[in-house]
Design a protein around this ligand. Sequence first.
Ligand SMILES: [Fe+2]
Ligand SMILES: [Fe+2]
Length: 263
Amino acid sequence: MGLYAIGDLHLHYQSVLRAPGQLHGRVWKKHEEKFRKNCGKLMTEDDTLVLVGDHSWGKKLSECEQDLQYISDLPGRKILTRGNHDMFWDVKKTGQLNELYRPCLTFLQDSYEVYQDYALVGTKGFTFEGPFYISRSMEGNPSAGVPVADGRGRIIGWDEEAEIHAKKLVDRELARLRKSFELAKSDGYRKFIMFLHYPPTNILEERSGFTDMAEEYGAEQVVYAHCHGESRFHDSIQGEFRGRVYHLVSGDYLRWKPLKILA
Ligand SMILES: [Fe+2]
Ligand SMILES: [Fe+2]
C-alpha cells in the first residue's frame, strides 16, 4: 500500500496541442506509454495516486474523455487536483465531475481525501510568474539583493501590475486551501499532506502564504508540479524546509515514474 504523486501529464488523446514546444524533447516522446508502464511496475490496486493538475489539453470535457479514461485505467485509486490548463474543470462543477466519474476518479477541490490517518488536502495554488525583466550581464553588485535566475541572468525588475493581479489569485487559492484544511481538522484529522499544482513559492520568494499555511497546519509534506522543462526544475523549494518536506512531481522531472510519498 502506498501513496504516489505526479503532475503535468498533459494528455492529448483528443485535443490539438496548444503548446507543442513544451512537449518536444526525448522525455516527452510517447510519455503516456512510459508512464502507464511505470505505474504498472510500481503500483497495485491497493495504492493511491494523486495527480496534481495539467491532466489534459482538452478545453471541454468532451475533449478530455479519453484522457480521463487513460487515468481511470491506471492501477489503484486516483485523486485529481486542478492545474492551470485544466479548462474542462470548473470549480463550481466539481460535484458533477465526481458524480460522473465515481468510483474511478476523485476530483479534489474545497474538500479532502483520506489516506490511512492522513488528510490529503489541496488546491491549484498560484504563483506570480512575471514577466520578469532579466539582465544577461553579470556585471553589477551581486550582493545587491536582486535574485539571480539560475543560469538565465539577473532579475532587474518585473511587471508590478501583473504582480498585483497575481496576489488576488493567490488569496483566492489560499482561502480554498484553508477550507480544505479546516474541513479535515473539524473531522478530527491532525496529519496532513498538502498538494498544489503551482509551486509553493515563485523565484523571488523564500516563503509564501502557501508555505506559511503548510506550517500553520503542520502538513508533513508539500507536493507540487507545474515546473516542467529543465530550466524550471529549481524554481521553488525542494527537500526539507522549515520542518516540512517539499517535492516537485512534474512528470518530466520524475521521468514519468510516480513519486512515493507515503508507504
Ligand atoms: Fe504543465
Ligand atoms: Fe501548469
